[in-house]
Design a protein around this ligand. Structure first.
Ligand code: HEM
Length: 162
């Protein structure tokens, strides 16, 4: 039930944030280098970062969810031949920055990282669903989950069908 609710929220968030972030630099702008502030920071309140267990908690989350992505037939083909440890580390950094934690993101932009991958919608939602299963398992409060997912939602346009 939680997953269904969060998925509905995700779709709504995609619609809302589509207009809400219009004034921000486009994440797909290839002129923006990864070190530039291309990631939306969703809070001034470090309580959110703490609700995910800080950097240590995010690392545990990525360890758990990568196993799920490698087991799910819709995400497995993308991750099985990739450098999983590097992706996990960059996801930790990315989520940490989004939650205004004390980190820097050293990876590429979402457009750069997913170019030529042909990720479709089904794979995108499968990835998010597996993440939600992990977040529930780790007892991350539902409201905190939704705040993260609302920040990830607008990234879909730089990831799907590229
Ligand atoms: C909101 C959703 C997503 C986020 C936040 C995200 C985030 C990231 C990040 C931070 C990286 C590392 C960047 C870098 O390599 O410099 C990455 C790489 C990667 N992502 Fe995603 N991603 C998302 C969706 C997806 C989906 C749906 C797939 C496939 C089903 C996918 C597959 C990959 C793969 C295979 C790489 C490694 C690319 C490489 O090594 O060249 N991602 N992603």
């Amino acid at each position: 039930m939680k997953i269904i609710l969060a998925s509905t929220f995700f779709l709504t968030a995609m619609t809302i944030t589509g207009t809400a972030i219009a004034a921000e630099p486009a994440i797909s702008d290839t002129e923006i280098k990864p070190s530039a502030p291309t990631l939306p920071i969703i809070t001034d309140d470090t309580a959110l970062f703490e609700q995910f267990g800080g950097r240590e908690g995010l690392t545990k989350i990525m360890d758990d969810v990568m196993v799920r992505w490698l087991a799910n037939p819709r995400t497995k083909p993308f991750f099985e031949n990739s450098d999983q440890d590097r992706i996990k580390l960059q996801l930790v950094e990315q989520f940490c920055v989004i939650m205004k934690g004390p980190c820097e993101y050293s990876g590429r932009t979402m457009a750069e990282a997913h170019r030529g991958m042909n990720v479709n919608e089904g794979s995108f939602y499968a990835l998010v669903e597996e993440l939600q299963i992990t977040l529930n398992k780790m007892d991350v409060p539902f409201r905190a989950q939704n705040r993260l997912i609302a920040a990830l939602a607008p990234m879909h346009r730089d990831i799907i069908d590229k």
